[in-house]
Design a protein around this ligand. Structure first.
Ligand code: DP6
Length: 391
């Protein structure tokens, strides 16, 4: 029996991937860029076993066995990893055990509810790829492994690295140039924290996979975005990250989230991922930044919201502002679950009611229905996959 266990992080994009030019190989219509979140808080953990007694490849997700559809995404990833084992290990060292010929049993767990509306497929496929790479003792660097995780779920390729990660769309039909690269490690800018506002934990109506295909087929705005918007934003946000310029990072992140949702609205029939609570959170953060941008307050943005294919907000902010932002969100949006304060920002009395900077318009959120937020999760930028055990 050969066995390896790894964990892999969640990533949340600042420049969104939305649209495929090849649906089988999962090649995107534009490059994207994300922040890897700390797996001390949110992670998928995957154990892979290879044994001569196994009679087929099998998969368990959170303890429940799932079918591995022949020719499907999971089957493709497993087959690609076996191919690498053969090519890079067994053909080089002919005395190495021929693990590529054995069936595998794979068990994966998320430490967050799959239904929390967080991208569990990204951390899941990254953990699967990393765990098979450890099982097979592959010499492959993360960029090479990202080519395989990408074929499980596009956004998964960015979870193979920590810090700030770009997925270069590439131009080749084979997809060999469509991989992830690290723009900066988590140690470069550890000050970036994230607050996830879980607005709803029900499964989304339109999946990313089918939604983005409908957008490719029907949205003229997507074509404009691909050609005239994303290339410049990729460049500018990478520069902002290297310069640790949060104001610029925030401006681009929010603009790109808004354009992604505009592209969804430009799809026929339109796709709506945000709800009134999501929009009210936007209004609150925009007002928070409007006040922060006043010259007497420093003239720089202090927070950036972004939304994936669902209503939940992710707010990026420098560590120094997170306590204030949590209080602000808690003031407008009562939470259904007690805030777990992982960084110990608040005392035993909890978040409290918060206070506002001079000039903050407290009526700002009234434009929208400000319902409750289910829960708030505080985390920060983190590292790439970790090998937890190998035998
Ligand atoms: C809105 O990676 O889930 O989160 O490649 O079809 O599996 P598939 O789609 P997926 O799409 C993620 C879309 C997004 C934006 C992003 O993460 O960049």
């Amino acid at each position: 029996m050969f066995i390896a266990t790894t964990s892999a992080p969640v990533n949340i994009a600042c420049i969104k991937y939305w649209g495929k030019r090849d649906t089988k190989l999962i090649l995107p219509t534009n490059s994207s860029l994300s922040v890897t979140l700390d797996q001390d808080h949110l992670r998928s953990t995957t154990t892979s076993r290879a044994d001569a007694s196994f009679t087929k490849d099998r998969l368990w997700l959170n303890g429940v066995e799932e079918d591995i559809k022949p020719g499907g995404r999971m089957a493709t990833c497993i087959a690609e990893m076996k191919r690498l084992r053969k090519e890079l290990v067994e053909n080089v060292d002919t005395s190495a055990p021929t693990l590529s010929t054995l069936f595998v049993h794979i068990a994966s767990y998320n430490n967050f509810p799959t239904a929390a509306g967080l991208a569990s497929s990204a951390s899941g496929f990254a953990a699967l790829t990393a765990s098979l790479a450890a099982l097979y003792a592959l010499p492959s660097p993360p960029t090479e492994l990202s080519l395989i995780a990408r074929q499980g779920s596009g956004s998964a390729c960015r979870s193979l690295m920590g810090g700030f990660v770009a997925w270069n769309a590439g131009t080749l039909d084979s997809g060999v140039d469509s991989h992830a690269v690290q723009i900066a490690a988590e140690t470069h800018w550890p000050d970036i924290h994230a607050l996830i506002c879980v607005v709803s934990d029900t499964k989304k109506g339109t999946s990313s996979t089918s939604g983005m295909q409908r957008t490719v087929e029907t949205s003229p705005l997507l074509q404009h975005r691909i050609k005239h918007v994303v290339p410049q934003r990729m460049k500018t946000i990478s520069e902002a990250i290297l310069a640790k310029d949060f104001d610029r990072f925030a401006e681009i992140t929010m603009a790109d989230s808004n354009q992604f949702h505009a592209v969804c609205l430009d799809t026929s029939p339109p796709i709506f991922y945000m709800n009134d609570v999501s929009r009210a959170i936007i209004a609150v953060i925009e007002e928070y930044n409007r006040v922060a941008l006043l010259p007497e307050n420093g003239g720089k943005r202090k927070a950036a919201y972004t939304y994936d294919a669902g209503p939940n907000a992710v707010i990026y902010a420098p560590a120094a502002h997170i306590k204030e932002i949590i209080s602000l969100i808690a003031h407008f949006f009562p939470q259904q679950e007690t805030f777990k304060d992982p960084f110990g920002l608040f005392g035993p009395n909890g978040i409290g009611t918060g206070s506002f900077a001079a000039g903050f318009n407290v009526n700002v959120a009234k434009t929208w229905e400000t319902g409750a937020v289910k829960s708030l999760i505080h985390t920060k930028v983190g590292d790439g996959p970790r090998v937890l055990g190998q035998a």
